[in-house]
Design a protein around this ligand. Sequence first.
Ligand SMILES: [Zn+2]
Length: 269
Amino acid sequence: MIQSAYVVPHPPIILPEIGRGEERKIQKTIDGFRKAAEQIAEAAPETILLASPHTTLYSDFFHISPGQKAQGDMSRFGTPQVRVEAEYDQALVRMIEQNAKKAGIPAGTAGERDPRLDHATVIPLRFVDQAWHETQPKYKLVRIGLSGLSLRTHFEFGKCIAESIAALARSAVFIASGDLSHRLKADGPYGFVKEGPEFDRQITEIMKTGDFNRLFELDENLCDRAGECGLRSIAIMAGVLDGINTKAELISYEGPFGVGYGISSYLPE
Ligand SMILES: [Zn+2]
């Protein structure tokens, strides 16, 4: 059973160890993240499934992390003490592989390049772990990569994931990790293009309404030009939620560093 689903960003600067005060400029995002993490801790799912744009990625294959467990830290960002560890839900991973195969979607645990948890996984899980109640058994993780396949295929893959969750009767939360446009500001990481804010306007409208059919109406050129990161994570999540009536909420959105950070939640009604 899907308990809830979330879109969250993954800015390293949000962690006080890295931001060193700069994180206060995205306080709305911090508050939004805490709200989402508290809801997740309250739901105490057996499994958290997380789609990450920064794990192993292939053009024609969805990589799912193999093995019993993994850990990751933020040493790339100079703070190795920020560390997250999780056990994988191996039975659910196998079930997803089987269901994807049946559906003709190339997905599986082959071809891992780096077993360490990437920052798009570590940052959301850090918030979850901080909110997690000690008395609850710790969740297991399924970490899912994106691919170069179509948005529609990401959506279809999400449907396989939902079937797999149902087949094993897991209580589960889905997290779509993804930043929005990277081109919102001239002094941002990739400069400004007008498609940056336009993409963020359209995607946050979709996040807010939960009307995911509109993902497929987004102009491809707009998405390319905007330099987005999380669209395909959101498409997988949309597939996971397909056929479920949910209450959508855009919890927060801002982009003071030139990158769009949006947080939204989907709670079954
Ligand atoms: Zn990213």
